[in-house]
Design a protein around this ligand. Structure first.
Ligand code: ADP
Ligand code: ADP
Length: 226
């Protein structure tokens, strides 16, 4: 795993929309940071800049010691988990997990080993031959996480991964993500507007407001303030 460092990170969209206005943040190796704040405050823009899905207007982004501002998403050694699962409907679970590795030129034995390992960790081994439509919402979400996991990335990015699930599953997946985090010590940046998710998962919370950091602290520090 690796640290993620943001120095003076800015994003100005066409029309002079200043979505992110100079963010300084150091996410330590193995730390789970949750980004919260009202709709439109810039959470998604910030996450997408780290992922490489959005260009950086100004500032420096480092993963470990490496400046990655100009690198393609695939070269950043980070994996993103989306809320809409982003699974391939015509592929089995196995192939959904294997696909990215195949594209990256991994050999079959290595792919099989990584897929088995991730499937075991997420307890989806029994579903490897199924298509996504034969899975429950929670199982699909695990496959989505599995696709990130098999890459064994330096860091994980989560874009409201649980917001499409019903309340019961959300609680269950929250616990699972927490357990994974304990086991794997993943460096993570997690966007949500669910306060319970933020409190349960975050080592630290970053509260964003109109493109700027308003507060940074542990869940206790943030939510116990008057
Ligand atoms: P959040 O994820 O917190 O809801 P966003 O990062 O989506 O916030 O949006 C931050 C601001 O940037 C908003 O004012 C939004 O309207 C604007 N914005 C987001 N994406 C674009 C875009 N592609 N072009 C122009 N403005 C955008
Ligand atoms: P495609 O039709 O897209 O080639 P396949 O189902 O044939 O997809 O699988 C692609 C590769 O992955 C094949 O080499 C296959 O042997 C392997 N594979 C698929 N499912 C499993 C599995 N459960 N365990 C091990 N290897 C598998």
């Amino acid at each position: 795993m690796a640290s993620i460092t943001l120095e003076g990170l800015r994003k100005t969209y066409a029309g002079n929309v200043q979505a992110v206005k100079g963010i300084d943040l150091a996410i330590e190796d193995g730390e789970f940071v949750v980004l919260v704040g009202p709709s439109g405050c810039g959470k998604s823009t910030l996450l997408r800049m780290v992922a490489g899905l959005e260009t950086i207007t100004d500032g420096t982004l480092k993963i470990g010691d490496r400046v990655v501002n100009k690198l393609e998403p695939a070269e950043r050694d980070i994996a993103m988990v989306f809320q809409n699962y982003a699974l391939y409907p015509h592929m089995t679970v196995y192939n959904n997990l294997a696909y990215g590795l195949k594209n990256r030129g991994f050999k079959k034995p290595e792919i099989e080993e990584r897929v088995r390992k991730a499937a075991k960790m997420l307890e989806i081994e029994e579903y490897l031959e199924r298509k996504p439509r034969k899975l429950s919402g929670g199982q699909r979400q695990r496959v989505a996480m599995g696709r990130a996991l098999v890459r064994e990335p330096a860091a994980f990015l989560f874009d409201e991964p649980l917001s499409n699930l019903d309340a019961k599953l959300r609680v269950q997946m929250r616990v699972e993500i927490k357990q994974l985090q304990r086991r794997l010590k993943t460096t993570s940046l997690y966007v949500t507007h669910d306060q319970l998710e933020a409190m349960t998962l975050g080592d630290r919370l970053v509260v964003l407001s109109a493109g700027k950091i308003e507060q940074v602290g542990t869940p206790m520090e943030i939510y116990s303030r008057p």
